[in-house]
Design a protein around this ligand. Structure first.
Ligand code: BGC
Length: 452
């Protein structure tokens, strides 16, 4: 049933773009805005501020989506806008999100809503942080319920939480994003609460929209041992892969959460209510990471060294991430073990000169279609991102958009990849000839802070 000639988008396959509220809307007061004022971004003066003013310009941005033939759009609802202080809901903000959703539906663009894309209301971490026993899942449930009362059945697809693993590692592992606490036990407690919150949200969503399909957008990385013959590199790669790529889908499938990589340093939680709670699994894929482990030698501050490398000559992005489309194919095959439909909910690159995005889109979509040909139940592809946006710790330097944004004038300009996107959307096929990749020599980067 899922087999179609490679290069052809199957009829039931959706093809669109993804964004998140804080990265584009502008004018949001949340935990990140506070973090920025504390000088915690790479450039301590950088601020998200008005971002791309999408809050005011969403209609013209949706015109662009329509223009390029997108039939799906994933966006997030900013909790801080909806509930600026505990228990006080902002009806004007809620109605704006309803209008956005209605506008998409009217254009026959399938809305896919995320309720938590990294950011929290400013009061959240001091009132009921995820790692504490202070009712974080209940608070999240109230927010989701309030939104569902307003949205009713307008939206049928929900990637309820974005990249729980990325957020947990940033917030509680390396501690570089709010709340910025480095503590593995807290990380595990926060993970358990986040998973409980997901399950609660799914029940609420389905009470208001009984046919709705719920999942998460899960970041996966293709990990590879740096030295393929080294037993320690191979062992650590397997352990990292198992934890990073599988810990979260494992809980949502079987109810067992295990947090940690090294034996003797793991935390376990049982969450039976999470069993079988994925209606689909969203896959966010960007790159491959190489790993080296030398038990007797430190590399910089670390014993485990994780880094990007241009091993196959396909180039790296401006941020130094290896471009590795075959990794997406391997990861889709690997994630199909959960036996739920998959959707690529994010895939893209930062490409300031517009020299690599079109080829990146082509090659990754080819991997997706190849996975489908091999029998993986994969239902759609969403490019990250529709617009250039605020890229968290790196602020506005990286350019992830299909549409370039001139932040001074707020003018949007289509990239070459937007043209290719449109051709694919209109013909429902990959063109025979791949676009040219004008690869520039790039600098692959270390992943962990202070790695050599
Ligand atoms: C996140 C996005 C981010 C993108 C590129 C994903 O991890 O969901 O918010 O902009 O990667 O870094």
């Amino acid at each position: 049933m899922y087999r179609t000639p490679v290069g052809v988008l199957p009829d039931d396959f959706f093809f669109g773009c993804a964004t998140s509220a804080y990265q584009i809307e502008g004018g949001i007061e949340n935990d990140w805005a506070e973090w920025e004022r504390q000088g915690r971004l790479h450039d301590s003066h950088a601020r998200c501020g008005p971002a791309t003013q999408h809050w005011e310009r969403f209609v013209e941005d949706f015109d662009r989506l329509e223009e390029i033939g997108a039939d799906a759009y994933r966006f997030s609802i900013e909790w801080a806008r909806v509930e600026p202080s505990p228990g006080r809901f902002d009806e004007v903000a809620i109605q704006r999100y309803v209008r956005m959703t209605e506008d998409l539906v009217r254009r026959k663009i399938r809305p896919i809503i995320t309720f938590l894309h990294f950011t929290h209301p400013p009061w959240f971490h001091t009132t009921c942080p995820w790692h504490a026993d202070q009712g974080a899942p209940d608070r999240f449930a109230l927010f989701v319920r309030r939104m569902m009362q307003a949205l009713e059945e307008r939206c049928q697809f929900f990637t309820v939480v974005n990249e729980p693993m990325v957020w947990l590692l940033g917030a509680y592992g390396v501690g570089v994003i709010p709340p910025g606490i480095k503590n593995l036990r807290f990380l595990a407690l926060a993970a358990a609460n986040l998973m409980r919150a997901y399950v609660r949200a799914r029940h609420i969503i389905r009470a208001y929209a009984p046919d709705a399909r719920c999942g998460i957008a899960h970041n996966v990385v293709r990990f590879a041992p740096d030295r393929s013959a080294s037993p320690t590199d191979r062992w650590i790669t397997h352990a990292v892969h198992h934890f990073y790529n599988h810990a979260i889908p494992e809980v949502l499938t079987h109810g067992h959460l295990s947090v940690g990589i090294l034996p003797g340093n793991t935390y376990k939680h049982e969450i039976p209510e999470a069993r079988g709670s994925l209606d689909f699994l969203g896959i966010n894929y960007y790159s491959r990471i190489h790993i080296r482990f030398d038990p007797f030698r430190r590399m910089g501050k670390h014993r485990i060294w994780a880094f990007y490398d241009d091993r196959e000559g396909q180039g790296v992005t401006d941020l130094g991430w290896e471009i590795h489309p075959r990794g997406l194919l391997s990861m889709l095959l690997d994630m199909s073990r959960y036996d739920v439909p998959l959707v690529v909910t994010e895939n893209g690159l930062d490409d300031r000169d517009d020299t690599r995005r079109a080829r990146y889109l082509y090659d990754h979509l080819q991997s997706v279609l190849e996975a489908r040909r091999r029998g993986v139940d994969i239902r759609g592809y969403l490019h990250w991102s529709l617009l250039d946006n605020f890229e968290w710790l790196d602020a506005f330097e990286p350019r992830f958009g299909l549409f370039r944004v001139d932040y001074a004038s707020q003018e949007r300009t289509a990239t070459k990849a937007a043209q290719l996107f449109k051709t694919i959307a209109n013909t429902r096929m990959l063109p025979d000839k791949p676009p040219r990749m004008d690869r520039r020599p790039g600098e692959p980067k270390g992943v962990l802070p202070d790695a050599p």
